[in-house]
Design a binder for this molecule. Structure first.
Ligand SMILES: CC(=O)N[C@H]1[C@@H](OP(=O)(O)OP(=O)(O)OC[C@H]2O[C@@H](n3ccc(=O)[nH]c3=O)[C@H](O)[C@@H]2O)O[C@H](CO)[C@@H](O)[C@@H]1O
Length: 506
């Protein structure tokens, strides 16, 4: 820990002496805690950070819209447009890589979930499924299942390690939650949690904001903080030790996420890609998803907060959106590419500016909750490494099968707990129907399968299939074919065993 004198000098030379203005009022314990916090700050980089933020506030970066063009449809792989044989080849390739311990998954879970409005990590959220499973549990069970599918196919005993990037806000509660839930049956040594860095929020004129008299307003450095965090926590070394060559990076809130999706992994590997992104067709111009496109000829994502509405609304001759490749925050990276980023490109990542309402103490020491933005948070984005890729590929998937994010609290028309729950249940109904089962509602009427995702729609049948039973709908016909099943139905491992036993008796 630095001395008060050392910290004082550094703050003075960075033009930030106001940070210690309430020092005389702090008690001994508060002083110690504050000094510890300040010692951990990158005091050398503080001046640059504050000046950069002030510059960005004064002249927001020019829009990229003048230089963007869509990715050509031929350069996007697609589950919808590919024949069954190609899909099977990719799936086999992916399962092979998984069976050889070559694939890991990395969860971005450092965000604060402000829009959802909960005080705990989003992964702990229960969207109200019949099983009451949380997002973390669903994801853990998908890892279990994909390991099992790869093992069964290749007679292996593989591991898909789960890397979880957290932040100061989410690390402790996530660790506690996993421990309390016995790591959802996964081997704890195969779950690697690590923390991303935090950076100070700054006023428009470049002064660090004090959240309390002895506390700086800090925020995680964006999901692009991943690359620094990989270095800080020696994650690439851990991957190397385990033989992990391919990483599937994904965000916490998509209830339909296919962890280590063998089709996606296999597609990227067979194309020799070092970097890839799954996309879905955008639902409407203002949908809050980034778009995969080309800027000055180079593939990248333009974030929804940075594209001009006129550009987002552009339509082609058939009425389709010109910029329709919606980023679902599911990325593929080779370890070699991540190593290059860590060694060469990490420092070149763009800083994105977000204007936020940051609670602060005013000069008289009063706590203020601003009603309009008063501060700047600088963030890096995970996809900003795409331009450094030598072979970037995009892969289009079907929204109903793969994308239903939880962003907003209930009451919102989209991306809420209700829409997430309905998307999963609707998918499971489709699987059950495809496996030739008939589902009955409480009055004994037959349910039609649906792709419902809108909050206003009728809820689909309460049919939930545990990921431990089926990962993408496989293996259900032998359990369900020809059966008429009442709902609510939770098809978990126990029930699957019973159905299996009944089928073998027939
Ligand atoms: C920058 C980015 O990726 N934007 C994507 C993100 O937007 P969106 O704005 O929805 O991104 P979120 O703020 O939800 O963050 C995405 C993920 O990153 C994590 N996180 C966020 C901030 C942070 O400092 N650390 C951290 O780990 C979150 O926990 C979450 O898992 O998801 C959308 C799809 O749902 C995409 O269309 C957007 O292009």
């Amino acid at each position: 820990m630095l001395s008060l004198e050392q910290v004082k000098q550094s703050l003075e030379s960075a033009g930030q002496s106001h940070i210690l203005q309430f020092w005389p009022e702090l008690c001994e314990g508060e002083r110690r805690a504050f000094l510890r916090e300040l010692s951990q700050l990158d005091l050398k980089g503080l001046e640059d950070h504050c000046e950069g933020a002030a510059r960005a506030a004064a002249s927001p970066s020019a829009s990229l819209d003048l230089h963007i063009e869509p990715v050509s449809p031929e350069s996007i792989g697609s589950t919808r447009k590919s024949d069954k044989e190609s899909l099977a080849v990719w799936e086999n390739e992916g399962l092979l890589q998984i069976s050889e311990n070559g694939v890991g998954v990395l969860l971005l879970a450092g965000g604060q979930g402000t829009r959802l409005g909960v005080q705990y990590p989003k992964g702990m959220y229960n969207v109200g499924l019949p099983s009451s499973k949380t997002l973390y549990q669903i994801q853990a069970e998908r890892i279990h299942k994909i390991q099992e599918l790869a093992d069964r196919k290749h007679d292996s005993k593989c591991t898909v390690p789960w890397y979880i990037m957290t932040s100061e806000f989410t690390l402790a509660p996530t660790q506690k939650f996993f421990k309390e839930n016995n790591y959802f049956g996964l081997e704890p040594s195969n779950i690697v949690m690590f923390e991303q860095r935090m950076i100070p929020a700054v006023t428009f004129d470049g002064k660090v904001i004090l959240q309390g008299k002895g506390k700086i307003a800090m925020a995680p450095d964006g999901n692009g903080g991943l690359y620094q965090a990989l270095v800080d926590n020696e994650v690439l070394e851990d991957m190397k030790k385990r033989g992990v060559e391919y990483l599937h990076v994904y965000c916490v809130d998509n209830i339909l996420v296919k962890m280590a999706d063998p089709v996606f992994i296999g597609f990227c590997v067979s194309k020799g890609a070092d970097c890839g992104a799954k996309v879905v067709e955008k639902a409407y111009p203002a949908e809050p998803v980034g778009v995969v496109c080309r800027v000055r000829g180079v593939s990248q994502v333009v974030e929804y907060s940075e594209i001009q509405p006129e550009t987002a609304e552009l339509r082609g001759p058939e009425g389709e959106l010109v910029y329709s490749a919606g980023n679902i925050c599911n990325h593929f990276f080779t370890r070699a590419f991540l190593q290059d980023v860590a060694e060469t490109y990490k420092g070149q990542l763009k800083q994105h500016v977000a204007f936020k309402k940051v609670p602060f103490v005013d000069t008289c020491g009063n706590q203020v909750k601003p009603s309009k933005p008063n501060g700047i948070k600088m963030e890096k984005f995970v996809f900003d490494v795409f331009p450094f890729s030598r072979n970037f590929v995009a892969f289009e998937v079907v929204r109903e099968d793969e994308f239903s994010p939880l962003k907003n609290a209930d009451g919102a028309a989209t991306d809420s707990p209700t829409t997430a729950r309905n998307s999963l249940l609707a998918q499971h109904c489709r699987w059950a129907t495809a496996a030739k089962a008939t589902l009955l509602d409480e009055r004994g009427n037959t349910f039609a399968s649906t792709a419902s995702v809108s909050a206003g729609d009728n809820p689909p049948a309460q049919c939930e299939i545990s990921p431990l039973v089926s990962y993408f709908g496989e293996g259900l016909e032998q359990l369900l074919k020809g059966r008429t099943l009442p709902t609510p139905l939770i098809l978990d491992e126990k029930q699957a065993k019973e159905l299996q036993a009944q089928s073998s008796c027939v």
